[in-house]
Design a protein around this ligand. Structure first.
Ligand SMILES: Cc1cc2nc3c(=O)[nH]c(=O)nc-3n(C[C@H](O)[C@H](O)[C@H](O)COP(=O)(O)O)c2cc1C
Length: 330
């Protein structure tokens, strides 16, 4: 997928799947890699989402502030049945040491091929929704400031996913269309490709308005779907209970669903979006577990795809999906 004249590749990692820098991912990924079962070579590198300030979230981490310390973290819920059926629920909650620290380490800057960073505004003030949105606007301003200083140090081209859709950082005021457009206004100063990351419960009309923003280079769809969202017809059928198995962790909310149940939702979302907007580039993913799944999203109108939970749900298929999807994308 070409963004501002630069080839960012046709098969991307999902933010969160390759860790912050590419070598600090989940410990089970490392084991799967060592055993030769998981090979993520060929994926465009997309960093895990950072926030302006350090954020504790729900992921226990080592002293380096980024590497998960548990082999099978409790905030990523996979049962034998959900693994078999190809889905997971997570409530990682954007554990990270903050943008300044992540940029200071200079690791992204040394990468030789295009890098996609990811940022989310998460300031929280549950009783004051207007003030909360104003605080989050200040967050993107401060982040843009940090990025402007850091950009000259990057060897490779950089793009920025702006995550408007992580369900695990609440409580939040509803993210409004105006808020997203204002965020894009501010981030446009960076003069790098900007890719808002939305979820399938974002309305197509809003998404088309976001896509029209002059600084929006592509749309990324979809993030995990928030527990209880009506986009997913049968939560109880999936998890055997009306209460999320992750409800007890951290902030309110039951986590976000990834994997197979997302695929038809993302396919339908892209199909509907394409009726309104045939042109805006789309990086599509959610539930891609085999080459045929990537083909469905490309057929619906995605210009590139991304791979997420397949890395732990069907790791041995990652390379064949990359190979096939690279050929499918025009
Ligand atoms: C454990 C885990 C961590 C994630 N972390 C992030 C993140 O930091 N930022 C983000 O935008 N999405 C994050 N996601 C969402 C994925 O990037 C992706 O949008 C979602 O899982 C749907 O794709 P999939 O069904 O292929 O996994 C995460 C997903 C999982 C399972």
């Amino acid at each position: 997928m070409i963004l501002r004249g630069i080839d960012f590749g046709s098969v991307w990692g999902a933010s969160g799947v390759q860790g912050f820098y590419g070598g600090d991912e989940y410990r089970y990924h490392r084991w799967l890699r060592l055993l030769g079962i998981l090979d993520m070579r060929g994926l465009t590198f997309v960093a895990k989402t950072m926030t302006l300030n350090p954020n504790t979230g729900n992921m226990p981490i080592k002293e380096d502030g980024i590497t998960p310390s548990e082999l099978l973290p409790a905030c990523v819920h996979v049962t034998p049945a959900s693994w078999w059926n190809g889905f997971a629920l997570n409530k990682v909650g954007l554990t990270n040491p903050g943008a300044e620290e992540l940029l200071r380490r200079g690791i992204w800057q040394r990468r030789e091929s295009p890098v996609v960073l990811s940022f989310m505004q998460i300031a929280s003030l549950s009783d004051e929704p207007k003030l909360e949105l104003a605080m989050r606007i200040q967050e993107i301003r401060a982040f843009v400031h940090l990025m402007r200083d850091a950009l000259p140090g990057f060897r490779a081209p950089v793009a920025l996913q702006i995550n408007f859709s992580c369900p695990n950082t609440g409580p939040h005021a509803k993210t409004t269309l105006d808020f997203i457009l204002e965020t894009l206004d501010i981030a446009s100063i960076l003069d790098i490709p900007l890719i808002p990351k939305l979820a399938v419960d974002t309305s197509i009309i809003d998404a088309a308005a976001i896509a029209e923003h002059p600084a929006c280079d592509a749309i990324c769809i979809s993030n995990t779907v928030s527990w209880g969202s009506t986009s997913v017809p049968n939560w109880q059928g999936l998890f055997g209970s009306p209460v999320s198995p992750l409800a007890h962790l951290g902030k309110p909310g039951g986590g976000g669903l990834s994997g197979a149940p997302l695929l038809p939702l993302v396919e339908d979302w892209i199909t509907q979006f394409r009726k309104l907007d045939p042109k805006t580039l789309i990086n599509g993913g959610g539930g891609i577990l085999k080459p045929k799944d990537a083909r469905r999203l490309i057929g619906a109108g995605a210009n590139s795809v991304f791979l997420g939970s397949v890395a732990f749900l069907r790791p041995w298929r990652v390379q064949s999906i990359i190979r096939h999807a690279s050929l499918e994308v025009t």
